[in-house]
Structure formats: C-alpha cells, structure tokens
Design a binder for this molecule. Sequence first.
Ligand SMILES: [Zn+2]
Length: 302
Amino acid sequence: MKLSRLVIGVALISAGLALSCSAQNPPPFDGARAYAILQKQCDFGPRVPGSAGHRSCRDYLVTALRGYAAQVSTQEFIHTFGQPPQSARATNIIANFQPEKGERILLCAHWDSRPWADQDPDPANHSKPILGANDGASGVAVLLEITRLIRQKPPRCGVDIVLFDAEDQGLEGAESSYARGSQHFARTVVPTFRPRFGILLDLIGDANLNIYQEHYSLNYARPVVEKVWNAAAALGVTEFIPQPGYAVYDDHVPLLQRGIPCIDIIDFDYPPWHTLADTPDKCSPASLEKVGRVVLQVLYSE
Ligand SMILES: [Zn+2]
C-alpha cells in the first residue's frame, strides 16, 4: 500500500447502514498460533507473483482454508507489474462461511509481498524482494486463525474471507498500480456481492502496535470505524487509538469505490516498511492477538 494524497471518487455509502447481527461471546484468539502462521508464510520466502515462494504459499493458504471453510475458490488473473513490465499469474483466494446466509461480513488482507525493498536505507537493496512479515503475512495470519475459530463456533452472520494478491507491486506515484487483486475483485465480484461491511487488515503485527483511524475509512465508512474502535475500547485494547492517522491507498479503496463500506485497520508507523528488515522478529504474538480479539468482538457482537 502507499500513502495517498489524492481524493478518490467514491459511491455514497448507504446512510441507513445497520451493522448489528446479534450478540454472542467470541471464542478466544490465540496469538501464538497466529504468529506461527505468520512465520510459516515467511518460511516460503518473498511471495512475489511468478516466484516459487508465491506458488508454495498460495497452495498452503488454499489447503489451510479448505480445512475450515464451507467453500474455497480462487480467482486468477494475469498481473503486469514493474519497470520494465513483467507479467505473472496472480490469485485472489476466497473462502465463504455459511454461504446460505444473506447477512455477510467481509474480512480481507493481502497475501503477496513487495518485489522491491525501495525504502531500504541501503540503495543496494532497493531491487531485492522483501519478506513482508508485517506487510502481508500479519493480516493473513490473523484471518487464518479466525477461520479456525469461526469453523468451531459460527457467528450468526455469514463471513467471507478474501486474501488479495498483487497488492504491493505498485510503482511510486502510480496509485492504481497497487491493490490490483482488490481492483480485479471489485470489477468482477462486487456487482453481485453485498456484504454489510468489510474489514481489511494490513501491517497489524508490529510489536510496537499503534493503530490510528485511516482516512478513507473515516470518510467513507465511518460507522464501521466507530464500531471497531468501540469494540477495542470495550476490550481495553488501547493500541486502537481513536484519532485520525494516515490516508492509505490500500485494498479497501477499490471496494469503497464500488460502495462496500470496508475499513482498513493499519499501523502505518512501522520503520521497516518496504525494507529488508520487515521480518518476523519485528512482529509479536501479542499484537496479532489484540487485533484478532477486536475483529472477533465485532464479528460476534451486537
Ligand atoms: Zn506494502
């Protein structure tokens, strides 16, 4: 994802947005299990489309989700990125829980990692791929652990989990070169897919966790932001800070542009961002657990 200064054109979100399903106690979230899933993804190496690590990680994620979800599908597309341009097969991975239910919540994250450490302090590293422990693997880790829990104890709403590919192959100054998996999903699936709301997780594993409210989320899906930060406050998770932070062009933006009120939970204050230092030791089980607990609280609340 990238910091954004542009104003996007966004369809108006329905003012009558109702978020409630009905209340249940959420199952306990296990940060250590989530951290092991983060580590597992990093063990494949960088997950750049076209690479062996990318193929192996895709197979792992599909297999893992098939162990939990009622239905799992993949959405493949040809992804062109970089300068000079290269093409590779990219894959969004979609898991549906209780697909018969009409009331649905979307949870999403990106599973690819960036091909270039272009923020690395050493220019010699700028053309090397990052490991993406926080930038990619952290959000996926929390969602995979959530899939295990909602299989054991289904919430009253249906849940759709989408792992987007090709989020992080964008070029500086070209927003639309980011979030390609989400753009593809928004063009092809969203016209017939209307979840009540969505939550995107990105950069949520930092051991030094501080999650401010992201600007596009506030501007176009404020009731969802308030719901999530209220859930965090109720749980005493003070790392969710109820103040505006950055505007980030991320996978939620193409969804917002199609009228899905999807927010981005993102901790953009992460010094190893887009450097070779984005490794598992910068992340912590405790941070994953805090975010997982907040998301579960929202899923099972009301
Ligand atoms: Zn990134």
